[in-house]
Design a protein around this ligand. Structure first.
Ligand SMILES: [Zn+2]
Length: 678
């Protein structure tokens, strides 16, 4: 039997990376799926009548072995993958989705769950148990378990069509992106581009046996060109090409697909008894209803618009003074904003980096956690690592009790995907009276040390580290009974609160003085630089806010209504954008036809959550500011009502217990400098 299928005999029962071979995974998965199936079988075939314990609770504790193997495997696939692992991932993924479908479509299992659910008023359940019961029941009902056979079949047909349409939507965007290239042969045409971007454009041209420079719609090519290229006509050309993806009335056009997706989602929601797709989605969100989301966005809009208008007018004037631009267009936005930012702040990463040596920043994050939550971090080398670069820590509380095991993996390498994320190897839960502590990990891609220099982080990397560390604290401080409600298993628009709030400490003098010292001289970062960081972080915040709001409103305009009467995508979109436009409309462009977040990815009826999370973290941090950024009282409340609670209760209830009131957008607007400071 594979080591993966047994209880780990390691210290803190950490993942035995050294003893696992790649060949172990597939058989271990198959065995674990078999075991999980028999656990489900035992629940279904239980002769006793369905109860919370023998059905709901048993269901939540089932599949523990499979979950642990999955987390080890998929974490490795993200952070330390290779061809063999990827091959196994392709083989295993359908097995896993088949297994989870087997559960949600299991009629006998649903019957038991429903029996418990229907008798819930007679059961003496804790809040956490109520939440679990609700969650389990909905995992079936939201997939059509209550529908008669014919409607069930219709639901499956809609789901199938939707997944095909989403795929096609994405394929079209990819093909549009790959199809376009702007070939430049005169050096004056790339004037303004930084050396790195120019070099990349040249290499791309060379790779296609072309002279000169090649600019494409891929972000690494598109963004620098829009930001730095002096040639306005070419910026216009590139911008229009970017904005017309899926909107060219050809075989790659997405207009019909957008309409079909919106309609099918509406039909699906109606079939399940919801008014619209947004009602369906938001049922499991902190925001709860489309009305609340729309009100939220419109209130934010009303307050941010004056500042956004002012920024726009300033930018237009700046462009006029500099280059005699009469009417500022979309393709001027990034270009003049960058020039204005340079002029105003003169802040570049190279000046800041010496103050942010990685080791110091890690210490800084740990110190913040110690001051706030009394956590102690001790580096240990007694547990297995999946790569020598990985740092491992034992986390304890003030009494020396184990809180968590913490892995940190900071540098890029082949086999690690881009970006930064938090994950876990073992969930927290209370089982058989034992509080099992979690094994949490953060993975980043930071600047590597060189022979002569240690790893020095950009300020953006500093906030990223604090962000992921905030997610990690959510995982480490988890203190719930059931694994599926533990730590970061919360509603989608609540999960970024712990991560985003941590970023706030990076801008505080009190925190920076603790760790931002020059790696050579030991000098503490000068106050003047801190002020510049703060000021530049809210540069053009009004315009950015308006942009985010406009996408949120567009999302709701497709999903919070009955779309049957919408016949023209562009007309519909223009209506949705009416209150948020600053730049003149570009008739040949359309956002919806390439809005992958909502038509391909998982953000439908969820785009608002970017701003929602910001409102939460600003409002929560303002509480700290009122009482002191290291206030033990506020920190204790944050730990008790937010971090330790996971998804055991409605997030608004938890938030109000912490804050004493519902979140208000004003803190965000004040932080962003969009309204007067208190
Ligand atoms: Zn995050």
């Amino acid at each position: 039997m594979s080591i993966l299928n047994s209880t780990f005999k390691t210290l803190y029962s950490t993942a035995p990376f050294a003893a696992i071979t790649t060949e172990d995974f597939l058989p271990a998965f198959k065995k674990a799926i078999e075991n999980a199936k028999s656990e489900i079988g035992a629940i279904v075939n239980n002769a006793d009548k369905p109860s919370f314990e023998n059905t709901i609770e048993a269901l939540d504790y089932s599949g523990e072995e499979l979950d642990r193997i999955s987390s080890i495997f998929f974490n490795l696939n993200a952070a330390e993958t290779n061809d063999d692992i990827q091959k196994i991932a392709q083989e295993v993924s359908p097995l896993l989705s088949e297994f989870s479908n087997d559960i949600t479509l299991n009629k006998d299992l649903f019957k038991r769950v429903k029996t418990v659910y229907d008798s819930k008023s007679e059961l003496d359940l804790t809040t956490e148990q109520h939440t679990l019961l609700d969650k389990k029941y909905k995992s079936f009902s939201r997939n059509g378990a209550n529908l008669p056979a014919a409607k069930k079949e219709k639901l499956r047909a809609i789901d199938k069509e939707l997944s095909q349409l989403k795929l096609k939507f994405g394929e079209h965007i990819l093909a549009e992106t790959n199809k376009f290239e702007m070939h430049l042969t005169d050096e004056s045409e790339v004037s303004g581009l930084p050396e790195g971007a120019k070099e990349a454009a040249k290499q791309l041209a060379e790779s296609k046996n072309k002279e000169g420079w090649l600019i494409t719609l891929d972000y690494p090519s598109y963004i620098p060109f829009m930001t730095y290229a002096d040639n306005r006509k070419l910026r216009e050309k590139l911008s229009k090409a970017f904005g017309s993806k899926g909107f060219n009335n050809d075989e790659l056009d997405n207009q019909d697909i957008v309409l079909k997706i919106a309609n099918l989602r509406f039909d699906r929601a109606q079939l399940l008894g919801y008014k619209t797709h947004a009602h369906f989605v938001l049922e499991e969100r902190m925001a709860e209803t489309p009305e609340k989301v729309t009100t939220f966005l419109n209130e934010l809009l009303a307050k941010a618009k004056p500042a956004a208008k002012k920024e726009f007018e300033d930018l237009e004037k700046f462009a006029k003074d500099l280059d005699n631009i009469d009417k500022l267009q979309k393709w001027d936005s990034a270009y003049y904003a960058e020039k204005l930012k340079q002029k105003r702040f003169d802040l570049d990463d190279e000046k800041l980096k010496p103050y942010f040596k990685l080791d110091n920043v890690i210490d800084g994050a740990f110190t913040v956690a110690t001051k706030l939550f009394g956590l102690q971090f001790e580096e240990i080398d007694t547990i297995d690592k999946y790569h020598p670069d990985v740092l491992t820590y034992k986390v304890t509380d003030t009494e020396g009790n184990l809180v968590a095991i913490f892995y940190a993996d900071f540098f890029p390498r082949e086999g690690k995907r881009n970006g930064a994320w938090m994950t876990s190897y073992k969930p927290q839960m209370i089982k058989d009276g034992v509080n099992e502590r979690p094994h949490v990990s953060i993975v980043c891609n930071f600047t590597k040390p060189t022979k002569s220099k240690p790893s020095l982080l950009t300020f953006n990397e500093v906030t990223t580290l604090f962000h992921e560390f905030g997610h990690a604290l959510h995982g480490m401080l988890a203190n719930t009974t059931y694994p599926s409600l533990s730590g970061t298993s919360v509603f989608w628009d609540f999960v970024e609160l712990p991560s985003q709030i941590l970023e706030n400490w990076c801008y505080e003098e009190e925190t920076l003085k603790l760790f931002a010292t020059h790696y050579n001289t030991g000098e503490v970062i000068p106050m003047e630089l801190i002020e510049k960081i703060k000021a530049s972080s809210t540069f053009h915040e009004g315009m950015q806010t308006l942009r985010q709001i406009s996408f949120g409103l567009l999302d709701m305009s497709w999903h919070g209504i009955n779309p049957k009467n919408v016949t023209d995508v562009k007309t519909h979109e223009s209506k949705a954008f009416k209150g948020t436009n600053l730049f003149p409309d570009v008739p040949e462009n359309c956002m919806s036809t390439s809005f992958s977040h909502i038509f391909q990815g998982g953000y439908s009826s969820g785009y608002y959550s970017y701003k929602w999370a910001e409102v939460l973290d600003a409002d929560a941090f303002e509480y700290f500011k009122e009482e002191g950024v290291f206030s033990k009282v506020v920190a204790e409340k944050f730990k008790t009502f937010v971090l330790s609670q996971g998804g055991t209760d409605n997030p608004m209830t938890l938030y109000k217990k912490f804050r004493g009131k519902e979140p208000q957008p004003d803190a965000l607007l004040r932080r962003a400098g969009l309204i007067e400071k208190k």
